[in-house]
Design a protein. Structure first.
Ligand SMILES: Cc1cc2nc3c(=O)[nH]c(=O)nc-3n(C[C@H](O)[C@H](O)[C@H](O)COP(=O)(O)OP(=O)(O)OC[C@H]3O[C@@H](n4cnc5c(N)ncnc54)[C@H](O)[C@@H]3O)c2cc1C
Length: 485
């Protein structure tokens, strides 16, 4: 097993372990290890447990909330856990360090017509990291988040004991579950049920599966070494479209009709880019064509069809919907050919790339500057209201910003891009206000990125003291010495 000791050595030779996509600085640790199999992971964690060493769990470090950044202690990285195989039941067993890109390539090469649906955008993320954050993506509108596709987990607990858990094997009854290795686990009673798309706090449902407690627990309950993942049959056709309504009311009309799309239309993803995104892309041109001149918003949609006939019906229905919402089908981009789909994918990725580029420019002048991103989601019935409110909160403070995200799940990322150091405080305030507004509307402060270290404080916006204590009790029962993350 590769390992390194000494704070200076880690900083010099493995500086990448001390940075993720959260912009948090100041991470450090005394040592790091890269186990290559379950036994090595178990031995290492057992040694840390016996000697009282605090551990931070690291995946591919694409996280946006800083959960994988150490504040002392040692780091255990999953990145060398690369074993991957096809199981007899058609599922995939993947080591925690397998990236989503590697997983997808393996599936294409070894299965006939299947795919792994959680289309988490950043394909360099690891299987373990995406499970630990219950990551989701554009296709989560139809296919749900990572949780739904995890059938089994192997986790080294903070004590160094290996827990093998399969979906359906250990269920909570009235918020209590007894497990031979874990003892009695008691869930807190929540005043309000957690929203369907949520990555803030432990997953809590009175009659849930024990495996779901570990999914989305952000490395606080153990080190995931391997996962058994389910696949879905690939449909015959996938259609990607970028529609450019010229008026807000056209956007919302089209959005509403797609949300309730009747059979046989099968919508897989429903995404929004607001007017500021359009302006931003026009003023930061890359290699891609610019959005049409009159486009106010962009609605990105993905649909799927199982046959030629289904494809024909789908295209006719989409065309009708565009026309009846006054969105011109002639200005829409995309289709079902790979090149057309790739164009939409590139367009979708061009925005965050342009945002990052712009932040890098500002940082050259003022090194303390970084991007601020919201991750809240609300009930669909209040999504439009939330979107308007978020826009107002950022406008009020005179911050440069864009809003995009998963409209079909009431979930948006407002990206504030401070240009001057004085705007940093305002951006932080705005993000907190946006998070609080989401809770006020029955939603969550974080729908997919998790709270990590950056947003841990937001937990108090969403849960009462009593509820947080209940979650702390779960943590204490599984990790009595508060050893992990
Ligand atoms: C450009 C970009 C786009 C993104 N798009 C999306 C998106 O569409 N949807 C989305 O949900 N996220 C997105 N993210 C965020 C990020 O990719 C996800 O949070 C991802 O799940 C993190 O995986 P990772 O392997 O990089 O984990 P890390 O960043 O290394 O860690 C994240 C958390 O998981 C824990 N962890 C990691 N590995 C393990 C393990 N083996 N066992 C236990 N705990 C572990 C860490 O301790 C930490 O708390 C995006 C990020 C970027 C940079």
């Amino acid at each position: 097993m590769r390992s390194i000791t000494g704070r200076e050595n880690v900083a010099e030779m493995c500086a990448d372990l001390l940075q993720d996509e959260s912009n948090l600085s100041g991470a450090w640790c005394e040592a790091a290890a890269w186990p290559e199999n379950t036994d090595e992971a178990r031995d290492y964690i057992r040694k840390c447990s016996k000697t009282g060493i605090k551990l931070t769990v690291s995946g591919a470090l694409t996280g946006i909330a800083g959960g994988a950044l150490p504040e002392g202690g040692e780091v255990i990285s999953a990145s060398a856990l690369k074993d991957i195989r096809l199981l007899g039941n058609g599922n995939i067993a993947a080591g925690a360090g397998v990236t989503i890109e590697e997983l997808n390539s393996f599936i294409s090469a070894n299965t006939d017509g299947f795919f792994y649906p959680p289309d988490t955008t950043e394909e360099t993320a690891s299987v373990g990291g995406t499970i630990a954050t219950n990551a989701s993506g554009a296709d989560s509108f139809l296919y749900g988040s990572t949780r739904k596709w995890v059938e089994g987990l192997q986790i080294v607990l903070p004590s160094g004991v290996l827990l093998k858990i399969k979906r359906g094997m250990h269920m909570f009854e009235n918020s209590t579950c007894t497990h031979p290795l874990l003892g009695i686990i008691q869930l807190p009673l929540l005043r309000i049920e957690q929203p369907p798309k949520n990555a803030a706090g432990y997953y809590i449902r009175p009659d849930m599966d024990l495996i779901d407690l570990f999914i989305g627990s952000e490395g606080t309950l153990g080190f995931i070494v391997e996962a058994e993942l389910k696949l879905a049959p690939e449909p015959e056709y996938v259609i990607d479209l970028a529609v450019f309504p010229e008026k807000q009311e056209s956007f919302w009309k089209l959005y509403d009709s797609l949300l309730d799309a009747p059979e046989p239309l099968r919508i897989r993803a429903l995404e929004i880019m607001d007017d500021r995104c359009m302006d931003f892309l026009r003023s930061h041109p890359g290699e891609l064509p610019l959005p049409p001149g009159n486009a106010l918003f962009c609605l990105l949609l993905r649909a799927e069809a199982d046959s030629d006939e289904h494809l024909e019906e789908t295209l006719v229905m989409l065309d009708d919907m565009l026309v009846s919402s006054n969105s011109n089908p002639e200005t829409a981009w995309g289709g079902f050919e790979p090149s057309e789909r790739q164009r939409i994918k590139d367009f979708r990725h061009a925005l965050p790339e342009a945002v990052n580029h712009c932040i890098a420019e500002s940082r050259r002048k003022h090194p303390s500057i970084h991007k601020f991103g919201s991750d809240g989601a609300v009930e669909l019935s209040r999504f439009k209201e939330y979107f308007v409110l978020v826009t107002g909160i950022l406008e009020e403070r005179g911050l440069p910003f864009v809003i995009f995200g998963h409209a079909g799940q009431g979930h948006i990322h407002a990206n504030a891009m401070p240009e001057e150091p004085q705007q940093m405080l305002l951006a932080g305030e705005a993000m907190r206000e946006i998070a609080a507004a989401a809770v006020e509307m029955g939603g969550t402060v974080s729908a997919e990125h998790g709270l990590g270290k950056l947003k841990l404080d937001y937990l108090k916006l969403m849960y009462s003291e009593e509820e947080i204590k209940g979650m702390e009790t779960i943590k204490r029962d599984i990790d009595p010495d508060h050893m992990m993350n």
